[in-house]
Design a protein around this ligand. Structure first.
Ligand code: PLP
Length: 423
């Protein structure tokens, strides 16, 4: 066990899928003096971060920022739109979907949980077809909301949210669409308005590269309308007072001022780089990590390649190997933290986060730690994942870098030469 007075040299490798490594630029921004949250300067900050975060959610509608973890924003989404006893349709994509369902129960809602057969459970995305069929059978419209997780952090499987919207529309059902993209936002493609989402829930400590402590509800006009009829008790979470204050860049209670400095910096970084490039960067990292897992001859938890998460990869252990032993060995030997298997996946898999302040070589180091740790634990590997990932990263420069531009330029003059060779 590491003692606090024996801090190892160099940086700890925090490769869990949230909290993710926070860039120094954000930490520096957060170290500015705290200001009066009712003073004139604050309003400028408030309005700027609200405007910026709307761009990340791809919405023109209000986004609420809570001084709370993602779980708080889950509760806010349900308690602002629903009434006690309302039926909600949820889908068992993994541990986080299961926790959200537990919350719905505790809040006095009636969640119905759609699940896949045990052999497929937690390895696939939401099946829009099952949602459509269930909604078609709900002629009385007892179901008030469909709640799904966009990037299931416990498994590394994403879901097709646009297809869920189409399923609700095809059934002609008025249920709200409520989506958790706590770990997807700013790392996986997400479009609140275009996909017709009514409430999107997110958090700070994953793709946004911030420390834990703030979370979000992105709203739709239909969700705001529903909030005016909702009978669930709420006060801290209530949208109406927050929306009123936010119009002028203020909050009805003390917001997390220094985390908002951090958010402001994160938004600048994401928007300077361009969201498309940020997403491409994560896709590429995901591909590199999956190549490593494939080269090791180990299984990836996600069984649906179109839905591989760009945020994290779940690595399944062979029969008889305890994933937490492997994780512990890697932590003790290489000062590298990997995500544990959650819920049903406990001991069966570990998760490699490829989000936050990473680069090719932090991931190479991570994969090196994994490869060595797996071997130390007696796991037989087919080949070197480290080598496979290194080759992939070397052959495919990161989008937006000079090397990528050079390669693209060569490719655009390439066809004539290639043609000449072929001729
Ligand atoms: C992290 C996470 C949560 C929980 O958020 P907290 O900030 O830990 O409360 C919920 N859903 C998903 C998909 C997550 O990744």
């Amino acid at each position: 066990m590491l003692k606090l007075d024996q801090h190892p040299s160099g940086r700890h490798f925090l490769q869990i899928p949230g909290p993710s490594p926070v860039p120094d630029r954000i930490l520096r921004a957060m170290s500015l003096p705290t200001i009066d949250h009712r003073g004139p300067e604050f309003s400028e900050l408030g309005l700027k971060v609200i405007g910026g975060i709307q761009k990340i959610f791809k919405t023109e509608h209000p986004v609420i920022i809570y001084p709370a973890s993602g779980t708080g924003a889950w509760e806010a989404a349900l308690s602002n739109t629903l009434s006690p006893g309302d039926a909600v349709l949820m889908f068992e994509t993994g541990h986080f979907a299961s926790l959200w369902k537990q919350m719905a129960l505790r809040l006095g809602l009636e969640p119905e949980f759609l699940s896949l057969p045990a052999s497929q459970s937690w390895r696939y995305g939401v099946r829009p077809q099952l949602i459509e069929e269930r909604l078609r059978r709900d002629g009385e419209h007892r179901i008030k909301a469909v709640c799904v997780v966009h990037n299931e952090t416990s498994t590394g499987v994403t879901s097709d949210i646009a297809a869920v919207r189409r399923a609700i529309d095809a059934a002609g059902h008025p249920a709200l669409l409520v989506v958790d993209t706590i770990s997807g936002l700013a790392s996986a493609d997400y479009r609140h308005d275009e996909w017709g989402v009514d409430v999107t829930v997110s958090g700070s400590q994953k793709g946004l590269m911030l420390p834990p402590g703030i979370s979000f509800n992105a709203l739709s006009p239909k969700a705001i309308e529903a909030s005016q009829r909702s009978l669930m008790p709420k006060s801290f979470w209530a949208w109406d007072e927050i929306l009123a204050g936010n119009n002028n860049g203020y909050w009805p209670y003390t917001p997390s001022t220094n985390l908002l400095y951090g958010l402001n910096e994160a938004l600048d970084m994401l928007l300077e780089e361009g969201l498309d490039q940020v997403l491409a960067r994560h896709e590429r990292w995901g591909e590199g990590v999956r190549r490593a897992v494939n080269a090791w001859g180990l299984e990836i938890q996600c069984q649906e390649p179109a839905l591989y998460s760009p945020v994290l990869t779940g690595v399944v252990m062979p029969e008889g190997v305890d994933a937490d032993d492997v994780r512990r060995t890697i932590y003790d030997r290489f000062d590298l933290s990997l995500g544990t298997g959650l819920g049903k996946a406990k001991g069966r898999m570990f998760r490699i986060g490829h989000l936050g302040d990473c680069n090719d070589l932090t991931l190479i180091a991570t994969l090196g730690g994994c490869e060595a740790g797996l071997k130390l634990c007696g796991v037989e590997l087919f080949g070197s994942g480290l080598q496979a990932a290194l080759e992939f990263f070397a052959d495919n420069p990161a989008p937006g870098t000079p090397a990528a531009r050079k390669l693209a330029a060569a490719a655009s003059t390439g066809p004539s030469q290639a043609g000449a060779v072929r001729a």
